[in-house]
Write a protein that binds this ligand. Structure first.
Ligand code: ATP
Ligand code: MG
Length: 600
C-alpha cells in the first residue's frame, strides 16, 4: 500500500481524552477514531491488526477441533428470561442494550451468547453420540459498560471470540478445558504478549473453576497475586493465602474498657496499645436479593485483615435460597440514610460486637429481621481478643469465643489475600503483586444454562441428562491494544511482528530524486511479491516527517533508499531495537524474510 493513497493522518500531540499510553498511541497513529462513548472506528491499519489477531485465534481454535459459526447479535428477550438473566442484564447495573421492535417484541443486543447457543443445543443435540461439541465465533459484542474507558480496552462495542462446548460429563468438559487452556496460551504467545494464566473467580455460577489470561501491564485494571516459584497465580478476587501470625494478646482477663473516640481499628489499637491482629473487627454490609429482600450482614474478621467483597458476594449468593431468592442484586456498606430504612435504633458504629442484638433491625416484609453473621477463619483463631462492647465509646478486652461470645455458625474464607502474605502451597513463598489486563477467560460452566433452559441429551443407558457446558472468551480488540500497552517507546508503537499491520515500510527520503524512487518502487514490488507485507512512503514530505511517522505507527522494519544507494545498498532499521544496517539491495528481501520467519 502507498501512503500517498491511504487514509493516513497522524497527530503530533496526545489527544486530551486518552489516559493510558496505548490509547494515546492508537489515536495519534491513526489506528482508531472515537465515534462516541466506548465506540470506535477501526481504521485500515487497525483492521489489519485485528484480522491478524483473529487469524491466530482461528488457527488455534481450529487446531482443537472447534468449529466456527456466527450467531445472531439480535437476541429475543424470551431466551434471556428462560435462563433467568434478562432482569439482571437489563436493569440497574445490567450491561445489555435492549430495545423493542415494531411488533412490540423485546430484544437485546448480544453481550455474550450462552442463551443463543444453549437453545441451539437444546434443539439439535439428542444423543451422547453427538458429543462433545465445541462451537466458536468471532463477533462484535455490545455491552453498556458503566465506565467505558481506555479506548478498545473497555468499549461498549468490541470484538470477542467466544466459544461454547457441550459434554456428557465433567471429565469430558475438563479435557476440552485443558485444550482451551493450551490454545489460549498459544494465541497469546504467538501474538507476542507477556502473560500469566491465573485462577479466577467463577462467581455464583459455581462450576469447577475458571482461568483468566492476564497480559501484564501497569495500566491493567486487575491485580494478580503470584509466587516467584511459578506455582501459584490468582486474581486478587479469588486469591487465597496464609495470613501473618497474630500477636499474642496481653489481655488475659475479660474486661469492659472505656475507650472514648476510638471508632476505628487504628484509634482503638493506639488507645489500648495493642496490635490490630488482636482485634475482632465487625463489619456491616447490606445486601438486596432479587426478590427485593434486604438482609443485614455482619462479618467478624481479624482487625488487620480486609473483607474480599467478591468472596462475600459468592457466599451471599449461595445462601439466596434461604431467603427465597436466586441471586443478589446489590451489596453495599449501609450509610446513615440506608440505616434509616431498617434500623430500629441507632447503631453503635465503630463499637459493634459479634453478638449485636437483632433488635437493632426493624424487620418487615422487605427486611429480614436477623443479622446474617459470618466469621472469617482469622477471627476464629483469636484468643483473649479485643472487640466492640455494643456501646459507643466502649470496647471489651480479653474476650473468647465460647465464653463471652458464641461463635457464628457460618465460618468462611472471606479475607482478601495481600502481597506479602505467605502462600498456602509453600509458606516460604510470599505473594507478589502485578497489574494485569484480562484478555481471556475460560470457564467450566457445568449445567447452569442447560438446566435452566432444558437442554438435555440421552446417554448410553437411555437416560435424559442435562448437557455439561464450558465457555471460553478472548477479547480480540482488547488483546490488540494490550500488545501496544506492552510494547512502545517515546516515539511510538512497537508492534510484535506477528500482529503488525505491515511487516515493512520503504521510505523514500526525497521523492524528487528519481533514483531513490526507482529503487524504492522496485523493492516495494519485490518485497510484496515475496509475501512481506510492505508499505511505501511515497508522500511528498520531508524525510524527518516520514521517519517520525514510521516510528509512530510501529512497523517492524524500515527500509530507506537514501545515500547508501550510491553503493548499491539501503539502510534497514529495526523498529524494536533501533539497530540500523546497510544491506545490499539484492539481499534486502531475503534478509527481511528470514527476520520475519525468526520473529513469528
Ligand atoms: P471485565 O471484567 O474486564 O469486564 P468480563 O469478565 O466482563 O471482563 P468476559 O465476559 O469473560 O469479560 O468476556 C471475555 C473477554 O472479552 C474478556 O476477557 C475481555 O478480553 C473481553 N472484554 C470484556 N468486556 C470488554 C469490553 N467492554 N471491551 C473490550 N473487551 C472486553
Ligand atoms: Mg465486564
Amino acid at each position: 500500500m502507498r501512503l500517498s493513497q491511504m487514509l493516513f493522518v497522524t497527530l503530533r500531540d496526545d489527544p486530551a481524552d486518552a489516559e493510558i499510553p496505548s490509547h494515546k498511541l492508537l489515536l495519534r497513529a491513526g489506528y482508531i477514531r472515537r465515534i462516541g462513548s466506548g465506540v470506535y472506528a477501526y481504521l485500515p491499519l487497525m483492521w489489519r491488526v485485528l484480522q491478524k489477531v483473529s487469524q491466530i485465534v482461528r488457527e488455534e481454535m481450529n487446531a482443537t477441533g472447534a468449529q466456527e459459526c456466527l450467531l445472531p447479535q439480535l437476541q429475543p428477550a424470551d431466551l434471556w428470561k428462560e435462563s433467568g438473566r434478562w432482569d439482571t442484564y437489563t436493569k440497574a447495573e445490567g450491561i445489555m442494550f435492549s430495545l423493542i421492535d415494531r411488533r412490540e417484541q423485546q430484544l437485546g443486543l448480544g453481550p455474550t451468547h450462552e442463551e443463543v447457543v444453549t437453545t441451539i443445543a437444546r434443539d439439535m443435540i439428542r444423543s451422547y453420540r453427538q458429543l462433545p461439541l465445541n462451537l466458536y465465533q468471532l463477533q462484535t459484542k455490545f455491552r453498556d459498560e458503566i465506565r467505558p474507558r481506555f479506548g478498545l480496552m473497555r468499549g461498549r462495542e468490541f470484538i470477542m471470540k467466544d466459544g461454547y462446548s457441550f459434554h456428557v460429563d465433567e471429565d469430558s468438559l475438563k479435557a476440552t478445558y485443558q485444550d482451551m487452556y493450551q490454545a489460549y496460551s498459544n494465541m497469546l504467545r504467538r501474538s507476542g504478549l507477556a502473560f500469566r494464566a491465573v485462577d479466577a473467580d467463577s462467581g455464583a455460577i459455581g462450576g469447577s473453576g475458571s482461568t483468566e489470561f492476564m497480559v501484564l501491564a501497569e495500566a491493567g485494571e486487575d491485580e494478580v497475586l503470584y509466587t516467584e516459584d511459578g506455582k501459584y497465580a490468582a486474581n486478587v478476587e479469588k486469591a487465597v493465602s496464609l495470613p501473618a501470625d497474630a500477636v499474642t494478646s496481653q489481655f488475659t482477663t475479660h474486661e469492659k474498657r472505656d475507650t472514648p473516640g476510638t471508632d476505628t481499628i487504628e484509634t482503638v489499637c493506639k488507645f489500648l496499645n495493642c496490635s490490630p491482629s488482636q482485634v475482632v473487627k465487625n463489619v456491616l454490609y447490606q445486601t438486596v436479593y432479587d426478590n427485593g429482600k434486604t438482609v443485614l450482614v455482619l462479618i467478624s474478621i481479624r482487625g488487620d485483615q480486609e473483607v474480599n467483597e467478591v468472596k462475600l458476594q459468592n457466599e451471599l449468593t449461595k445462601l439466596a435460597p434461604n431467603y427465597g431468592a436466586k441471586t443478589i442484586i446489590s451489596l453495599t456498606v449501609p450509610n446513615a440514610e440506608a440505616q434509616q430504612t431498617w434500623a430500629a435504633k441507632s447503631l453503635p458504629l465503630g463499637y459493634i460486637a459479634p453478638d449485636i442484638a437483632d433488635e437493632y433491625i426493624k424487620g418487615d416484609k422487605q427486611v429480614h429481621p436477623k443479622f446474617l453473621r459470618f466469621v472469617d477463619q482469622t477471627a476464629v483463631d483469636l484468643n483473649n481478643f479485643v472487640t466492640g462492647a455494643n456501646e459507643t465509646g466502649y470496647h471489651v478486652v480479653g474476650a473468647n469465643w465460647g465464653e463471652q461470645f458464641k461463635l457464628p455458625e457460618l465460618v468462611v474464607d472471606i479475607r482478601k489475600a495481600r502481597p506479602g502474605d505467605r502462600a498456602q502451597h509453600n509458606p516460604e513463598q510470599t505473594l507478589q503483586s502485578a497489574r494485569g489486563i484480562e484478555v481471556g477467560h475460560i470457564f467450566q460452566l457445568g449445567t447452569k444454562y442447560s438446566v435452566a433452559m432444558g437442554a438435555t441429551y440421552t446417554n448410553e443407558q437411555g437416560e435424559e441428562k442435562p448437557l455439561v457446558m464450558g465457555c471460553y472468551g478472548v477479547g480480540v480488540s482488547r488483546l490488540a491494544q494490550s500488545a501496544v500497552e506492552q510494547s512502545y517507546d517515546k516515539d511510538g508503537i512497537i508492534w510484535p511482528v506477528a500482529i503488525a499491520p505491515y511487516h515493512a515500510i520503504v521510505t523514500i527520503p526525497n521523492i524528487k530524486d528519481a533514483q531513490q524512487v526507482e529503487i524504492a518502487e522496485k523493492l516495494y514490488r519485490e518485497l510484496n511479491q515475496a509475501g512481506i507485507e510492505t508499505l511505501l512512503d511515497d508522500r511528498d514530505e520531508r524525510a524527518g516527517v516520514k521517519f517520525k511517522d514510521a516510528d509512530l505507527i510501529g512497523i517492524p522494519y524500515r527500509i530507506v533508499t537514501g545515500r547508501a544507494i550510491a553503493n548499491g545498498k539501503v539502510e534497514v532499521v529495526e523498529r524494536a531495537t533501533r539497530q540500523s544496517q546497510e544491506i545490499d539491495i539484492q539481499e534486502v528481501t531475503s534478509t527481511i524474510k528470514q527476520w520475519i520467519a525468526a520473529a513469528i
